[in-house]
Write a protein that binds this ligand. Structure first.
Ligand code: PLP
Length: 439
């Protein structure tokens, strides 16, 4: 990545592995934050500037901040996974970067270039690498946010903006694997033609609370949003897109992106994977009547929701004001399970993606020895092997700091002077680095 923004990096005093494990024991969505954040500023004179990676801390903002009053705020949500080889992969960050740009453009905000978006993620993960979980049902959720920062309440686009990237540990969104129940929402609408439904705009989420409360009251997990004009066409769930399996016809159907639906990266990925599970992807409008009828006749064999947070989740039952039906027998279907397993394998690097979908940050475990050896070789300016002793090979105090800094930069792991003094032989030192990288 070629980044133009200069960064100041101030690492936090790190939690040790035991404290990290304790803090992330209950990884309810959006609660267990890592120790750092990235911030960037934008203004008309300097463009994007003032990159910082610092300990996660409250921001100090003026009470007249435009974003707070007029809602000029967009965000993203993507994930970093622990790969099977111990490395770290971010799923399709370029796609999320492009959506972040489209959302910003809709709200007349500056667009962060894709390489800077990915660069910010790399900066955060390098320092918080130990927070990327190793458990199969956990991952690190990355939350980029952009808000209007002017302290000026005249109505109009801000002339300065703040970007913040934070991350939290997350686990299975709906707990144990089960099919969810959904509520057909007729009293409220999420998005209308010409509105902001296709943007990941902050206000799109607060407006769903009233409908979600209604869904919960009706014993359902999620709201199905219908079109604003007729309340007849299926759009999406509050944070997930919907896909319909027409089993006998071998089709995977989803409503088209017509400006009122969020263009999900997971949705797009599944459409691209459809043929690997023997299905033809089709984008066409689906009405509530067709959904009910299709389930009753058996033409629609499965319905599932998909998104970054919940991955692939089967829908078991649909409820509306005067209707209710089951999809299949109401339990998770085989297509959702196969696609879910395929996607999870791609996230972890055990299944092949049809394109360059996993952006690796740092090297695999196997590279730790190689990386550290190379750092010693460069700093000491002589050939070294596993038996080399750092101090007998000419290592002095400045060289110690150079080695520690480079390890921090390249592996995102903080080693102390003492680590090197206590383990002066390269092979032993590599073992300590490896344990530290793995928490
Ligand atoms: C409204 C809405 N629809 C769909 C999605 C799914 O999109 P993605 O797969 O990119 O997470 C999300 C989540 O970002 C969302 O907020």
């Amino acid at each position: 990545m070629t980044n133009k923004i200069d960064y100041v990096i101030k690492p936090a005093a790190r939690l040790d592995a035991a404290a990290r494990a304790e803090r992330s024991r209950d990884a309810t969505f959006g609660r267990v934050f890592t120790e750092h954040m990235v911030t960037l500023r934008w203004n008309e004179e300097s463009g994007w500037h003032d990159g910082r990676v610092e300990p996660l801390a409250p921001l100090s903002i003026d009470p007249a901040t435009v974003g707070l009053h007029y809602g000029q705020i967009v965000f993203e949500g993507l994930k970093a996974y622990r790969l099977a080889d111990g490395g770290i992969g971010v799923f399709r960050p370029d796609r999320y970067a492009e959506r972040f740009q489209r959302s910003a453009a809709r709200l007349m905000m500056p667009q962060l270039p894709t390489d800077e978006f990915v660069g910010a993620i790399e900066h955060l993960i390098r320092l918080d690498a130990d927070w990327v979980p190793r458990e199969a049902d956990r991952s690190l959720y990355l939350r980029p946010l952009l808000f209007a920062a002017d302290a000026d309440l005249a109505l109009g686009p801000s002339r300065s903006y703040t970007f913040v990237l934070m991350a939290f540990v997350t686990e299975m969104f709906f707990g144990a694997k089960r099919a969810i129940d959904v509520w057909l929402c007729e009293d409220y609408v999420r998005a209308a033609p010409g509105g902001v439904g296709a943007a990941k705009y902050a206000g799109n989420y607060a407006v769903t609370y009233a409908a979600q409360a209604q869904a919960t009251e009706e014993g359902c997990d999620q709201v199905v949003w219908l079109d604003a004009r007729e309340r007849r066409w299926v759009e999406e769930l509050g944070g997930m897109n919907l896909l319909f399996v027409e089993g006998q016809d071998g089709r995977l159907v989803t409503p088209p992106l017509a400006g009122t639906i969020l263009p999900g990266v997971t949705r797009q990925s599944i459409l691209e994977l459809a043929d690997t599970v023997g299905l033809t992807a089709v984008e066409r409008p689906i009405s509530v009547d067709e959904w009910e009828e299709g389930c009753r006749t058996g033409r629609i064999t499965e319905v599932f929701a998909c998104g970054t947070a919940a991955q692939i989740t089967s829908v078991g039952r649909v409820r509306g004001r005067d209707r209710e039906w089951l999809i299949g027998d109401g339990s998770p279907g085989p297509v959702a399970e196969r696609l879910g397993a395929l996607l999870a394998g791609i996230h972890r690097g055990t299944e092949q993606a049809p394109g360059d979908w996993v952006h690796r940050v740092g090297g695999p475990d196997a590279d730790i020895g190689e990386t550290v050896t190379l750092i010693w070789r460069e700093v000491l300016a002589i050939a070294v092997d596993a038996d080399s002793d750092f101090f007998e090979s000419g290592g002095h105090s400045v060289a110690v700091l150079q080695v520690l800094n480079r390890i921090q930069e390249q592996l995102g792991t903080e080693m102390s002077v003492r680590d090197l003094f206590e383990n002066p032989v390269l092979g032993d030192f590599v073992d300590v680095v490896r344990t530290r990288v793995h928490g």
